[in-house]
Design a protein around this ligand. Structure first.
Ligand SMILES: Nc1ncnc2c1ncn2[C@@H]1O[C@H](COP(=O)(O)OP(=O)(O)OP(=O)(O)O)[C@@H](O)[C@H]1O
Length: 304
């Protein structure tokens, strides 16, 4: 059985279905990315999983126990950083961890936790929270989410507002914890980051799961793209339209999604046949962001 299982979970706000028959699993030791556009239902899903919000129907099981709004016992082994944890301006990181550790019956190894999360005792551990950078606050938030020695940690936008160094540090932290067997469910709009971090993906749109896959499977299904710069990109776009190739402008070049059964040479032949002068031509694999955008476009088309 998976560590976390959602089966046909729905959440209605009045007539609005913020979660519509949502089903997916999080397996032990995996980092799962939950992605989708604004308002797709990511936070609602995370809040239902962590017992912060009731759900209308379906089942959520974590560590073989049902999770409901009233059964918080099931959540003893789940950490989360969904709403900002209460951070007190005049307390240090160490004070915070001691405070949160008091809420759990288990013995908490605070020095180890500080070491794990890179909360260096001298520089950061002893400084008052009012002087923390956003990156420090985020690290402390993650450290707090780990106090109960959780099997699963739910992080809603953990990289939000962080500078590149802090994003890198948080990514390394999550990866090192996952290597020790902790599972993660992470939502993020920073898809490049998620592409580097997540093992599995769950894609949600308008409250419905539209795809679940490992990152590898997801990217394998992505298309190869042909990146061409010619002397007349406008004419190239018109040519793409004529042959029904999916194409768009990207700076001073045009990106064409490779059509099934057509080689790069075939595309090049048509372009030169049209008397366009090719200045550069390259191929690239579609990345997570592009593949997601195409998937969402297809989802919209199906709906129409
Ligand atoms: N308490 C609430 N009452 C009514 N509608 C709500 C409530 N909470 C969320 N919604 C609606 O449910 C939908 C899903 O919201 P949710 O916050 O889960 O989306 P999200 O995927 O996390 O979006 P974002 O990426 O913008 O944070 C939205 O249309 C939102 O307006």
């Amino acid at each position: 059985m998976a560590l976390l299982e959602l089966r046909n979970v729905s959440k209605n706000f009045g007539h609005y279905k913020a979660m519509d028959q949502v089903s997916f699993n999080v397996e032990a030791g995996r980092i799962v990315g939950l992605i989708g556009p604004n308002g797709a239902g990511k936070s609602t899903t995370m809040r239902a999983i962590t017992g912060l919000m009731s759900y209308s129907s379906g089942d959520i099981t974590f560590d073989n126990q049902p999770v409901t709004f009233s059964n918080h016992k099931a959540l003893d082994k789940m950490g989360n950083l969904i709403e900002y944890p209460s951070i007190y301006p005049n307390l240090t990181a160490l004070d915070h961890l001691k405070l949160y550790a008091m809420e759990t019956k288990e013995a908490v190894n605070i020095p180890e936790l500080m070491h794990q999360t890179g909360i260096d005792g001298d520089k950061f551990g002893k400084r008052k929270a009012k002087n923390f950078s956003l990156g420090m606050k985020q690290r402390l938030g993650i450290a707090i989410s780990l106090v109960r020695n959780p099997k699963l940690v739910i992080l809603d936008e953990p990289m939000n507002g962080l500078d590149p160094q802090s994003v890198h540090d948080v990514r390394e932290l999550i990866r090192s914890l996952a290597d020790k067997g902790v599972s993660f469910l992470i939502s993020s709009h920073l898809l490049d980051e998620l592409q580097r971090l997540a093992d599995d993906l769950v894609i949600i749109n308008q409250g419905k799961i539209i795809k679940t896959a490992t990152m590898e499977e997801f990217l394998q299904n992505g298309q190869t793209q042909i990146l061409i710069k010619t002397n007349d990109n406008q004419a190239l776009l018109a040519l793409a339209q004529k042959y029904d190739w999916q194409a768009h402008r990207d700076g001073d070049r045009v990106i064409i999604n490779k059509v099934e059964g057509m080689t790069v040479q075939d595309v090049l032949a048509k372009v030169t046949e049209a008397k366009l002068e090719v200045k550069t031509i390259n191929t690239a694999e579609e990345n997570l962001e592009e593949h997601l955008l195409n998937l969402l476009k297809d989802d919209k088309k199906e709906e129409a």
